[in-house]
Write a protein that binds this ligand. Sequence first.
Ligand code: AMP
Length: 225
Amino acid sequence: MGGVTQGIRLVMLGRQGAGKGTQCVRVSRHYVVPHISTGDMLRAAVKADTEVGRKAKGFMDRGELLPDEVIVEVVDFQLNHSNTTHRGFILDGFPRTVPQAEALSGIVADRGGLDLVIDLEVPIPIVLERLAGRRVCVDCGTNYSVQEPPKNGWVCDHCGGDVVQRADDTEEAIKRRLDLYERETAPLIEWYEKAGLLVSVDGLGTADEVTERVVGAIDERTGRR
Ligand code: AMP
């Protein structure tokens, strides 16, 4: 089986600011599978003022999680009723609670379950620093930072969209989301460990170094190397 042609069914866990978004984009190109970010999907839905977007906006602005049944329906549709995931997928930002993980097991059961779950580990002081400096393109979602801005002003290098600070990247909302992560999402790490699916990867270092570790972990787990 060729490394690049075989797909992958992956969940990426990690605190906000651990670099999940950046790594998921790179890994999705490597294995040629879609990167499904629930946060990006919801921000697009808010912008387009869809029914889901109208439900999501208040929760997102407050840095709270949407009710499990709302987000599970969105992901179920994306995985089972769109024709983009036949080679697999990378889930980013979902699941975030144990009930969401249980729902996901059901959603992917008839396609062989997940290959693995990666926990991208970055300590809290470092993610706080990263989140305060994070900037994002409002149109395509590309991540930038105060340290690594776009080439020309705050205009996206890829699509020309405005590059701004996320509404939920204020200090107060960041703190609430990190607390929520420890309370609701950290138990998932244990849950997936018990399920024999968890692989922890060190998220410190350059984006290239982390990608190399992530791809190495996936290839090892799926018997590609
Ligand atoms: P993110 O970009 O992943 O930090 O997501 C931004 C916001 O979208 C979160 O703070 C939540 O309000 C909402 N959200 C995204 N994914 C989920 C999920 N799996 N469960 C509940 N809410 C979510």
